[in-house]
Structures are given as structure tokens and as C-alpha cells.
Design a protein around this ligand. Structure first.
Ligand code: DWN
Length: 412
């Protein structure tokens, strides 16, 4: 049956992906990374069946929220954040230290003590709440929450949203949400939950990798299915305002390749100059124009090709290469480049829940330690480069070299 031109237009519009915040049609593509399995879905054996899902990022030219195109696949939230989700925040000492410093700063700045309540959304293994001196609880849907319970921290094993917030009898003085805002499919409802649960005088802080750095530093490997959004202050401020929250302060952090920490309240705090300054910085960089995103695919392809060139050269010279850090981001890189165990025979990771398993897509084994000294160690978790090189000092002394791929191939 042939469709009339009008019907065809209606059909195309109906199929067109829509922005998860403002529902505008998404017409600007930032990158297409082909298809791969979810980045944290490690396999129990090298030959088990796994599903690949298309992975591309579109940018809303209305509210400038960059987002994974979820119209291309059917993957529920709880299929990505399964009970056996293997990411434990406490594996990195520097991240735990970062959390400790934050808690000290926040209790001073907002004068918090046992009369107050702190709620952390995405509290993982209690890496942050273990330092909190107020009453507190976490919300964490994955099994990582069991580790927090062992530390004596109360945890709701649930996904956070307005429904959860409505049910809570006591409102929170401080709400913390680190590296979780990108992970929620219904970002409007998620933010609404903070608006409901926060006291009128309360503060909510959020940390997330800054889209400005993602694009300018070619961090395409941080794109994977569990990241529904890639965030700028411009987009976040608009989303928060739509749910009754005002962003009153923002800080730049070096974590995860360059993040923002934003502070929001229900209008209790007047916005500081840092907010306008960051919006101007994003504007000046061109983040509200299509041009800003136009070379990203090319930049990612160059990084991928240089990485492949390195691996192929090392192989042809008979050199031994291993990976360190079975990070989710590493899987995006390996799968986009098509790297398999012939080029990278294994990856070492200190996370017990990842050891003995096989990386999704590439099926590269994850080992607890190096079976022999490699000539090169590719640090897939480049955001922890210093900490990892420090840990592997003995290998360096014995002659191993370290390789990072993002933002460009570097050997040291
Ligand atoms: O948003 C997310 C970020 C913040 O964290 C998530 N969706 C999941 C995760 O992403 P990732 O897996 O890319 O993150 P990391 O933190 O870069 O992963 C580091 C990996 O390296 C982990 O598997 C732990 C491992 N590691 C280790 O084995 N020994 C890390 C350090 C520092 C170490 O000393």
C-alpha cells in the first residue's frame, strides 16, 4: 500500500526520536558508534549469547540535551542496572578521597549535624555515606548497596523517582547524586523526586561529566547505553527549573575527565556568579550550535584508528600488550574499534565482581593480576591514570610502558 505524501510525513514524524526532556524532535546526530552490548554486562563464559544494541547520540537543538537514541532499541532500565551490576565506587581510592572531601566541605558550608538528614541517590557501596555525620540513608537498586549495608548504612534497594520521594515522611536537608543523573531514562521525573524530597531550605548537589569536555577532549568512550544523557549546565538548569529547582552554584572538577558539581535548591539560595560564568563558557564554546558537535565523529574515528594502529604495530613486533581497568568506557572503545583478544589478550581489574568474567562484545577475559610482565599496559580507565600507574609502579620499574588513548594516543 502506498502512503500519500501527507501520511508519509505523519509517519516519519511519529517515528522520529523525541527529546526526553522537552519532547522536541531530535534531528542533530553527534555520533554513531554502531552496535554493542551494554557496557557493564560482563559474560560468565567466552561463548555465551549476547545481544547487541545500536548506540548513537543525538542532540536536542531546542534544550541542548545530548542523549542516547533510545528509539533504536528496547532495553529497560532494570536490564542495564541489574542486581549483579559490577561497578563498585570504592575500588578507586582517589574517588573515595574525593567523596570524603565533599562531605567535609558540605557539612561546613551548610552547617550540618545530627539534626539533619542526608539522602544519597545512587549510593553504591557506601563510598560517600560512610563519612556523613548527619542521619542518612542511600537509595541504590543494585547489589552494590549490600556493601553499604555492611558498613551500617541504611539503603532502599530501589530506583529513585517522584513515586519514592512522595512516600518519604521526612524531608532531606542535603541530597547528593554523583554520576547518576546521566543514567536515568525519565530525567524529568527523577529531578521532580528531588524537588519533592528536599526541604524548602535544603540543598541538592549533583556531579556529572561535563559535555563540554566530552566533546572537546574526544571522550567518546564515555558513551554507552546506561548513559541516557550527556550533560551541560545549560540543559540541566532548564530541566531543573521545569521541576521547581534553581541551580545556585557550580564548580568544575577534574574527576571523570572533567565534571561539574552543581548545587540546587528550591529557591532558598540566590544564584552565585559561577552559574552565569559557566553558562557563558558553554555559550562561548558554541555548545548551543550544531557546529560544536559536527566534528565529533571524525575525532572519535581518529582516536580509534590510532589505537588500532598501535595494537597492530605491537602485534607485528611481537610485543605483549595488556589492559588495565575493565571500565564500562573501555568496552565502548574496544567494541567500536573491534578489538578482540588476539590484540588485547586480557584486562586486569581489582573488582572481584568483574574478575573471571569476559568483557561484553570483545569477550576479552578479566584477570585479577598480570600473569606475566607486559611490554605495554593500556589504561582503559584513563580517568584514574595517576592512581593506576602508582599501583603498577613495579611494572614500570621493570620496563613496562603505559598507554592511554583518550584524548589522544600517549605512551609513557
Ligand atoms: O557513570 C559511570 C561512571 C562514573 O563509572 C558508570 N556508569 C560506571 C562507571 O564507569 P566506568 O566503568 O567507565 O568507570 P571507571 O570508574 O573509570 O572504572 C574504573 C575501572 O577500573 C573499574 O572497573 C575499577 C577499575 N580499577 C581498578 O581495578 N583498580 C580502578 C582503579 C583506580 C584501580 O586502582
Amino acid at each position: 500500500m502506498k502512503h500519500s505524501e501527507r501520511e508519509q510525513t505523519a509517519l516519519t514524524t511519529a517515528l522520529q526520536p523525541k527529546c526526553r526532556h522537552c519532547s522536541s524532535p531530535l534531528t542533530l546526530q553527534m555520533i554513531d558508534l554502531g552496535a554493542c552490548p551494554p557496557s557493564n554486562a560482563l559474560n560468565l563464559s567466552q561463548d555465551c549469547k549476547e545481544q547487541h544494541y545500536p548506540l548513537r547520540v543525538l542532540v536536542c537543538t531546542d534544550c541542548w540535551l545530548a542523549q542516547t537514541d533510545i528509539s533504536l532499541f528496547k532495553l529497560d532500565h532494570d536490564e542495564l542496572f541489574t542486581k549483579d551490576y559490577p561497578y563498585y565506587s570504592s575500588t578507586s581510592k582517589s574517588w573515595v578521597e574525593h567523596a570524603k572531601k565533599f562531605v567535609e566541605m558540605a557539612s561546613d558550608r551548610f552547617m550540618l549535624d545530627m539534626r539533619h538528614l542526608t539522602v544519597e541517590v545512587g549510593s553504591n557501596d557506601g563510598y560517600l555515606l560512610q563519612f556523613v555525620k548527619t542521619r542518612c540513608y542511600g537509595v541504590e537498586p543494585t547489589q552494590t548497596g549490600e556493601k553499604a549495608k555492611e558498613k551500617g548504612i541504611a539503603v532502599y534497594p530501589l530506583f529513585f523517582g517522584s513515586e519514592f520521594a512522595e512516600k518519604q515522611a521526612e524531608k532531606a536537608d542535603l541530597m547528593v547524586c554523583n554520576n547518576v543523573l546521566a543514567h536515568v531514562p525519565d530525567i524529568n521525573d527523577f529531578v521532580k523526586g528531588f524537588s519533592i524530597l528536599l526541604k524548602d531550605s535544603g540543598v541538592a548537589t549533583f556531579e556529572f561529566p561535563h559535555l563540554l569536555n566530552l566533546v572537546q577532549k574526544g571522550q567518546f568512550d564515555t558513551i554507552y547505553h546506561e548513559h541516557y544523557s550527556y550533560l551541560s549546565l545549560t540543559a540541566v538548569k532548564r530541566i531543573f527549573e521545569s521541576q521547581g529547582l534553581t541551580v545556585f552554584d557550580v564548580e568544575e572538577l577534574p574527576t571523570h575527565g572533567g565534571s561539574l558539581r552543581i548545587y540546587a535548591s528550591k529557591g532558598f539560595y540566590a544564584p552565585l556568579p559561577s552559574v552565569v560564568a559557566m553558562l557563558e563558557k558553554e555559550g562561548k564554546a558554541g555548545m548551543w550550535t550544531a557546529e560544536f558537535y559536527s566534528d565529533f565523529q571524525k575525532a572519535a574515528d581518529k582516536i580509534k584508528n590510532d589505537f588500532m594502529g598501535f595494537l597492530l604495530d605491537a602485534k607485528s613486533m611481537g610485543l605483549k600488550v595488556a589492559g588495565f581497568g575493565a571500565a564500562a568506557k573501555g568496552n565502548t572503545l574496544l567494541n567500536y574499534a573491534g578489538v578482540r583478544s588476539d590484540l588485547l589478550p586480557y584486562v586486569v581489574d581489582n573488582t572481584i565482581a568483574k574478575q573471571g568474567k569476559f568483557l561484553p562484545g570483545s569477550r576479552i577475559p578479566v584477570l585479577p593480576s598480570f600473569p606475566e610482565r607486559p611490554d605495554y599496559v593500556v589504561i582503559l580507565a584513563w580517568n584514574f591514570k595517576e592512581e593506576i600507574i602508582g599501583k603498577l609502579e613495579r611494572l614500570r620499574r621493570e620496563g613496562s610502558k603505559f598507554v592511554t588513548v583518550i584524548p589522544r594516543l600517549e605512551i609513557c
